[in-house]
Design a protein around this ligand. Structure first.
Ligand code: SF4
Length: 132
């Protein structure tokens, strides 16, 4: 059980200061509680602004765990640009260790469904890699 848990990714919702209209359609607390309690993640939480300087400092600490991380926030391309250095500095491969999801303009349930689907795909990919 412990080993299985260790494989589970962490989930961060980046809420873009909390003032971004992109999250107006969802209840961010219902969203994060559903993700962290109902989905196969090691833990889930909300960060106010990952692409600010304190976000860089936070990621530098957080990524030391060398755990895959699903980030729900802005567009995947944007996330890859913003977090490229943090992942590289931690010795992680951003193409494999970051699962970036755009959850803006979604209802709570739409966003939860998107995270659930991404986690299922990640699990399938990992099973395929293990079978090789
Ligand atoms: S990382 Fe993306 S979602 Fe988070 S604060 Fe920056 S622009 Fe907004």
């Amino acid at each position: 059980m412990e080993n299985e848990n260790q494989k589970q990714p962490g989930f961060i919702m980046c809420v873009c200061t909390g003032k971004c209209p992109g999250f107006a359609k969802m209840d961010i607390w219902d969203f994060i509680n559903q993700v962290r309690v109902e989905l196969p993640v090691e833990y889930g939480f909300i960060h106010p602004q990952l692409c600010e300087e304190d976000g860089d400092r936070f990621l530098a600490d957080f990524l030391k765990a060398h755990r895959k991380v699903v980030i729900g926030g802005c567009a995947p391309n944007m996330q890859k640009k913003l977090f490229r250095d943090a992942f590289a500095d931690a010795g992680l491969d951003i193409t494999k260790d970051l699962i970036p999801l755009d959850i803006r303009e979604m209802t709570t349930q739409e966003a939860v469904d998107k995270v659930e689907k991404a986690l299922e795909q990640l699990e399938e990919l990992e099973e395929l890699e293990e079978a090789e």
